[in-house]
Design a binder for this molecule. Structure first.
Ligand code: FAD
Length: 382
């Protein structure tokens, strides 16, 4: 595993966290069911946050340690090293949390931030709709002003973990602007509000992590608006920039786990061509992480996450898919027979799960368009 060593401070931080993990080993998830992931995840997140190991780059007054994204990345790295389960409240930690720190009112910060860190309140992301995915500005869900707040009506789709979330950050239309991205607003909606219906969608992997979420005249008080009315597009884009960098960093570490499993199962029995492919997967994983580190160092020096996060996202998601395809091919027909929870079952599950990685958080085509237009300065296609 590549190590991020930038300063004595970051090395000391790693040592301290490693010691803590030695005394507080992470729970093991026996099967890959969502129910177990949620139950174990809540307890594990509570333990980590009680010791201030989550949101280490958040300001101290909001429960963080006031450190940089480098330390946050080191924490993720150490969690992977000990095979800890993925943080349940990742959307809160990596998306709505940073958005509230940057754009929230003092009341919103006090009300929400500590519960995001502790996992007492789990968040989901209500952006995509049946007619608005890559073209996010086409959002049609409406929030109509009513006395004391807004009434929301419409439908969201692909809402991960909506079934267990307490809150949703929703991008909705508050007025018709001259351009599509005008007139959008960012609202914080309690998932137990009257008028919300959540329907699970079964995925190819057998999981029900996705949901359709229907809003039928859902009342949301004005104090749950983030930023000003009409600021939704600007805030949504800053959420996506964070998502692509911070969330992607933690997710690309999943490649390390898959690689480790692959090598553990016996790389000596691989054919010459398989060994070459394994070497390529290792090189891809190292290159992906080296690029993510390069960007992290810029952020640690005060740069705000921008379109370069699309490079991280593209590299991570495509190399993860390639690795999972290779892993499944090494397992061969056994992967298809693998029972859930068995070694081959894990390989099959990971392969099927990896298919969505080049779609979630923006498809590969969209990342390539961002890189072409915003980083390389190429002209927009007609
Ligand atoms: C695992 C996973 C988790 C997700 N979680 C959430 C969530 O929690 N909350 C949420 O709001 N959304 C979530 N999504 C939805 C995700 O953001 C969208 O699926 C994604 O933005 C693509 O939108 P779409 O599905 O509508 O596809 P479309 O936008 O309809 O795209 C269909 C195809 O057309 C291509 N395409 C579209 N426009 C262009 C263009 N301009 N140039 C070139 N090609 C183009 C796309 O690349 C794609 O191949 C999740 C998706 C996945 C797979």
């Amino acid at each position: 595993m590549l190590k991020l060593s930038i300063s004595k401070k970051s090395d000391d931080f790693r040592k301290e966290f490693r010691n803590w993990l030695g005394n507080n080993p992470p729970p093991h998830i026996e099967d890959s069911s969502l129910e177990q992931f949620e139950r174990v995840g809540r307890a594990w997140q509570a333990r980590l946050s009680a010791a201030h190991w989550l949101g280490t780059h958040w300001p101290i007054e909001y429960g963080g340690r006031g450190l940089s994204l480098v330390e946050e990345a080191i924490a993720q790295e150490e969690l992977v090293r000990v095979s800890a389960p993925q943080i349940l409240g990742l959307f809160g930690l990596t998306m709505v949390g940073p958005v509230l720190i940057a754009h929230g009112t003092p009341t919103q910060k006090t009300r929400f931030l500590s519960k995001i860190l502790s996992g007492e309140e789990i968040w989901c992301q209500g952006f995509s709709e049946p007619g608005a995915g890559s073209d996010l500005a086409a959002v049609k869900t409406r929030a109509v002003p009513v006395p004391g707040g807004y009434s929301i009506s419409g439908q969201k789709i692909w809402t991960s973990f909506a079934h267990c979330a307490d809150w949703c950050f929703v991008l909705c239309r508050t007025s018709e602007g001259a351009k599509k991205h005008e007139g959008l607003s960012y609202l914080l909606v309690p998932m137990r509000s009257k008028g919300i219906t959540t329907r699970p969608l079964r995925q190819i992997s057998g999981d029900n992590e996705f949901n359709e979420v229907f809003f039928d005249d859902v009342f949301v008080p004005s104090e749950n608006l983030v930023g000003a009315e009409g600021d939704g597009w600007k805030i949504a884009i800053s959420t996506l920039m964070y998502e692509r960098v911070v969330l992607t960093f933690s997710r690309q570490l999943q490649s390390e786990v898959a690689l480790r499993d692959l090598v553990k199962r016996g790389s000596s029995s691989l054919s010459a061509s398989q060994r070459l492919e394994l070497a390529r997967c290792v090189v891809d994983a190292c290159a992906t992480r080296a690029l993510a580190y390069h960007h992290l160092v810029d952020y640690a020096e005060g740069k705000t996450p921008g379109p370069e996060g699309s490079m991280d996202k593209l590299l991570w998601s495509e190399s993860f898919q390639r690795l999972c395809t290779f892993e499944a091919s090494v397992c061969g027909i056994e992967a298809l027979r693998g029972e859930r929870g068995s070694e081959c079952g894990t390989v099959l599950h990971r392969y099927l799960y990896s298919r969505g990685r080049t779609i979630a958080a923006g498809t590969s085509e969209i990342q390539r368009a961002i890189i072409a237009e915003r980083l390389l300065g190429l002209p927009r296609s007609l």
